[in-house]
Design a protein around this ligand. Structure first.
Ligand code: ZN
Length: 160
């Protein structure tokens, strides 16, 4: 069975940057499972999954525009520390969710000053070319319910 729209595919991957440093891997845990064609994974990866089947191993090099986008300097912001609950406990590199007018946003703390906190709302992988080493481990038909919801159900997906 090949991966195409409305199939559920599972795969192991190791993600590295162009310097050859490993960023994350599923090798020591469960494979990633997703509904193909529903934009559940980054576009550049979904594209190269098309037509693959169980046992296929390949490398995909994904440019930022097809991954987490380019970094935007406007996403780096200085926020008065009084807007944070525990400003004095924050540390650079920490990831937290802040409330904005447009809803919750995940940010990385860059700098903790006395009166202000500098945060970066860019995705940690924005601006990076990503190298995925992929192995397809399972492909199955999606259920009608999964197609209607646009995501995987069951132990490997959403339970509800
Ligand atoms: Zn659902």
């Amino acid at each position: 069975m090949n991966i195409e729209d409305n199939k559920i595919a599972s795969f192991h991957y190791t993600l590295s940057n162009t310097q050859g440093e490993e960023i994350e891997s599923t090798r020591d845990k469960e494979p990633m499972t997703y509904l193909h064609g529903a934009r559940n994974i980054i576009p550049g990866l979904e594209k190269v999954m098309e037509g693959r089947s169980v046992g296929d191993e390949f490398q995909a090099i994904v440019e930022p525009v097809e991954a987490y986008g380019e970094r935007k300097e406007a996403n780096v912001q200085r926020i008065p520390s009084k807007h944070f609950k525990k400003a004095n406990q924050l540390k650079p590199g920490e990831i937290l969710k802040i409330q904005t007018k447009r809803g919750p946003v995940q940010v990385t703390v860059l700098k903790v000053g006395r009166f202000n906190i500098d945060v970066d709302a860019n995705h940690p992988l924005a601006g990076q070319t990503l190298i995925f080493d992929v192995e397809i481990t399972a492909v199955r038909d999606a259920t009608e319910e999964e197609i209607a919801h646009g995501h995987v159900h069951g132990p490997e997906g959403v339970e509800h």
